[in-house]
Design a binder for this molecule. Sequence first.
Ligand code: SAH
Length: 248
Amino acid sequence: MIFDILTLLPEVCAAYVKASILGRAQKAGLIEVRMTNIRDFAFDRHRTVDDAPYGGGNGMVMKVEPLVAALESLAGNPRPRIVLMAPQGRPFDQEMAAELAGLERLVIICGRYEGIDERVRKLAVDQEISLGDFVLSGGELPALAVVDAVSRLIPGVLGGECSASADSFSDGLLEHPHYTRPPEFRGLGVPEVLTSGNHGAIERWRRKESLRRTLIKRPELLEKAPLGPEDHKLLAEIRGETDGAEPG
Ligand code: SAH
């Protein structure tokens, strides 16, 4: 999958993309993340990318021409999906990540200043995505969040040693807790079942703790999650447990 990030800060994006899993995935040829510096498409001597808003007021607005020229430089067949990172967009979630992971190409526009000239939206943007109900000073962090979450879902990116299928949200639930060595730390042990070697019991424990966490931390997710009869039994058990607190 090819990602194109349109930004005024390509070096910021490149630094993150080079690191860890994304860097490895690029080396392996599973993804390609390209940066386009919007400033390269400014047409005046000063390479201006922003201007004062019509109607007055504070802040600057990203100009339409450099952005549209940058987008047109990326045109291809098939036409890539063009998304704009914006606090007004639909909140990003795992389901959206999974949908985007099915694309061959994704172009992501990062805004700066007060945002972009509305005509870019009208002319070119297919979808607006928000990272959440807060305002950042640029679209770079949200764009990188999208590239990261989508890349994890591309087969091979996480390698054989881990998989996205058990991650939180992938089955509508939060993930179960994890433990690794040592077996005891400051008086805190590890749930016995995890060292029992009994895979059936371990799976059951993980499913139950996944349900418990979701019930405690994000109960609204349970209403939408696809639950089977065994899950309802586990939930009944959890509700019947007097401590009701975090798993031991
Ligand atoms: N004045 C705008 C915010 C501009 S913030 C408004 O009120 O809607 C500058 C840029 O940062 C935006 O164009 C967008 O690309 C990015 N940005 C800020 N917060 C964001 C968020 N929560 N999700 C996605 N992008 C965001």
